[in-house]
Ligand binder design. Structure first.
Ligand SMILES: Nc1nc2c(ncn2[C@@H]2O[C@H](COP(=O)(O)OP(=O)(O)OP(=O)(O)O)[C@@H](O)[C@H]2O)c(=O)[nH]1
Ligand SMILES: [Mg+2]
Length: 334
């Protein structure tokens, strides 16, 4: 059972961005499998814990790459529910993991919208952006990161703004213990700030509270039963009944996640359709402009030809010995 002093973080991001590696850097162990692969390495959402320097327990929830829409939608939803179940006491920080070695994608942009759609807009107050690949920058990491961020596309800049520029750079490859400690320290101080900015509370919403209430109620029931002196078999039966009740709550949370997921996906589809229509209108206008300018060009070319012809005519008329010419030669008829 998590204590009120625990810190819970969830890592989300595209497959291969370095979620498990970052989770291991935070935990200072190799609790999660991390490797270079063309396929997803982490297949299911998992929680691992360790003790921070200040004595608090840190719970790190690693997820598979959910920002890949080639994945089965049912699988994405199931993993999100698992994540909520594991973090039923609340999420102190949601770490959105990006890599400096890949470009920001449309999937990542949509992924952010889905997270906001499911957890609610307030989740942005708990989001910290993690960039992996800190080793690809030279000397001054901060300055290099700022230059890198300045060149990021507009949708990503908007995400940064929403998360009030809470960014931390990770080099998960370094063997320099000082550097390793420093980057975790920077992350923890950002997490502490996020928590204090949010009144000392982790992020929870009705999805979490449903599960929390059920857990609290069950704990009370169990203590009462024990105090009444129930035997082992009776307690076991009671626990089975409780598990069923908890599963029922989880089913309801799943339905809520499903409905929010579907609403967000249709909103995103409508948004994409609006973008498509706007682009096709712009293309149509550009084509019309081109046609208009083609007509205009023909007119100008025609005018130029006429002008040239008139000039030649005029020149011919001016040529010496020419009938009607304005030269000094006299008209042969006169
Ligand atoms: N150079 C460099 N490589 C990194 C860094 N962080 C992670 N990697 C590498 O990136 C690859 C993928 O890392 P993972 O941690 O497995 O990525 P993931 O996001 O957990 O991937 P999935 O589990 O498939 O979703 C591995 O080869 C890591 O060693 C980093 O800071 N620098
Ligand atoms: Mg992984």
């Amino acid at each position: 059972m998590a204590s009120s002093n625990d810190v819970t973080m969830v890592l989300l991001g595209r497959t291969g961005n370095g979620k498990s590696s970052t989770a291991n850097s935070i935990l200072k162990t190799n609790a999660f499998k991390a490797k270079r692969s063309s396929n997803s390495v982490t297949r299911t959402t998992e929680l691992q814990s360790s003790i921070l320097q200040d004595g608090r327990t840190v719970n790190v929830i690693d997820t598979p790459g959910l920002f890949d829409f080639a994945l089965d939608v049912e699988y994405i939803k199931k993993e999100i529910v698992k994540c909520i179940d594991l973090a039923k006491n609340g999420i102190h920080a949601m770490l959105m993991v990006f890599s400096t070695s890949t470009r920001f994608s449309k999937e990542e942009e949509a992924g952010m919208e889905i997270i906001k759609g499911i957890f609610g807009q307030a989740i942005t107050d708990h989001i910290i952006i993690v960039f992996t690949g800190g080793d690809s920058f030279d000397e001054d990491d901060d300055e290099a990161l700022q230059d890198y961020l300045a060149e990021c596309p507009k949708p990503f800049q908007e995400i940064l703004q929403q998360c009030k520029h809470r960014i931390v750079l990770f080099d998960n490859k370094t063997k320099d213990q000082n550097k390793r400690d420093l980057q975790v320290c920077k992350l923890i101080s950002l997490v502490n700030k996020v928590v204090s900015d949010n009144g000392g509370q982790p992020y929870t919403n009705e999805l979490h509270t449903k599960l929390q209430r059920e857990m609290q109620w069950q704990r009370m029931q169990l203590e009462e039963a024990k105090s009444k002196g129930l035997n082992e078999r009776e307690i076991l039966m009671m626990q089975e009944k409780m598990q069923k009740a908890y599963d029922e709550q989880l089913k309801q949370v799943t339905q809520m996640v499903e409905s929010r997921f579907t609403t967000t996906i249709s909103y995103l589809q409508e948004q994409r359709e609006r973008e498509r229509i706007a682009l096709s209108n712009a293309l149509q206008e550009a084509r019309m402009d081109r046609e208009k300018s083609a007509v205009e060009m023909t007119r100008i070319v025609q005018e130029l030809c006429d002008l040239k012809r008139q000039n030649e005519e005029f020149q011919r008329k001016l040529r010496p010995g020419r009938v009607g010419g304005g030269g000094c030669e006299k008209c042969p008829i006169l």
